[in-house]
Design a protein around this ligand. Structure first.
Ligand SMILES: Cc1ncc(C[n+]2csc(CCOP(=O)(O)OP(=O)(O)O)c2C)c(N)n1
Ligand code: SF4
Ligand SMILES: [Mg+2]
Length: 286
């Protein structure tokens, strides 16, 4: 890791805009961790670019005194890779949420991993779509009903989430990720160590940051109780062991019922009605 040159401090990376997330939001911890990692590498803010998608997490570049690009929902990875390939002298950090990265942007993840462009991707995972007020995301636990936004609105997933949650760590490990780590926003020192290592890594570095949303799905206590450091003697080169651990973190039932067995046939359409709808559609092209 580079020795401090000009001796920049974490506070030197603050932007002009004050962060406006809800008090207690995990994203503050991720921002603090990033400031510390930048200072650790004494990065020149004029050669630092933060690229984000859309979401509460996507607002992060506004709060850093560097170059930033608050881009399109789900397109953080192609944009960040493009910035880096166009000017390899830049340090490029991609940030975004679990929805941004693993729903609309999910198709980009395997290709970013296998391409191994030298960027660091920090996913701020709160297990929910927060900016749009609490719909389930691909990492929302199964069964979760998602929040009731206000007394006058229904729950976002009144029947509960039927799908199994995605497992970001296992996915990136399985795709061949060359640097894969997980940290917790409430432990910004450890998270900043991981981000700093990701920046130092030559290639695509994936940092999964557990970052609770205190407003729509407060996982602070759950994660505080369940996060644990890796064993001292952990071998960072042992992909199979890492994959095993990642898979254990999102348990899968032995037998999985098919979707229709869980949900039931919600909208059975009688045969005659289906044929008629098809004929009407075809005739509209005549
Ligand atoms: C193309 C497009 N589709 C949908 C949206 C609406 N939208 C904005 S943010 C968001 C999800 C945000 O969730 P996440 O990525 O987890 O970020 P968070 O707010 O939780 O940090 C959605 C669906 C959009 N802005 N653009
Ligand atoms: S809604 Fe949730 S994710 Fe968004 S700023 Fe508030 S606490 Fe953070
Ligand atoms: Mg989210």
């Amino acid at each position: 890791m580079a020795d401090p040159g000009t001796g920049r401090k974490p506070s030197d990376y603050r932007g002009q805009n004050k962060a406006t997330w809800c008090p207690g939001c995990g994203d503050y911890g991720v921002l603090t961790a990033l400031y510390r990692a930048f200072a650790r590498h004494d990065l020149d803010p004029a050669r630092l670019v933060i690229v984000s998608g859309i979401g509460c997490s996507g607002r992060l570049p506004e709060f850093v005194g560097s170059y930033g690009l608050h881009g399109v929902h789900g397109r953080v990875l192609p944009t960040a890779m493009g910035v880096k390939l166009a000017n390899p002298e830049l340090t490029v950090i991609a940030v975004g949420g679990d929805g941004d990265g693993f729903a609309i942007g999910g198709g980009h993840v395997p290709h970013a991993v296998r391409r191994n462009v030298d960027i660091t991707y920090v996913v701020m995972d709160n297990n929910i779509y927060s900016l749009t007020k609490g719909q389930p995301s691909p990492t929302t636990p199964q069964g979760m009903e998602a929040v009731k936004v206000s007394p006058s609105l229904p729950k976002m997933a009144p029947g509960g989430v039927h799908e199994l949650p995605l497992n970001p760590l296992a996915l990136v490990l399985a795709y061949g990720g060359s640097f894969v780590a997980r940290g917790f926003a409430s432990q910004p020192q450890q998270l900043s160590d991981l981000i700093a290592q990701g920046i130092a890594h030559r290639g695509f570095a994936f940092v999964h940051a557990l970052s609770p949303c205190v407003t729509y799905y407060d996982t602070r206590e759950l994660w505080r109780e369940s996060v644990a450091p890796l064993a001292e003697e952990w071998d960072a080169g042992d992909r199979m062991r890492a994959l095993q651990l990642a898979l254990l973190a999102v348990p899968q039932p032995e037998v999985r019922p098919a979707y229709d067995e869980v949900v039931g046939s919600v909208h059975p359409v009688p045969e005659e009605e289906r044929s008629q709808a098809f004929r009407t559609l075809l005739e509209s092209f005549a």
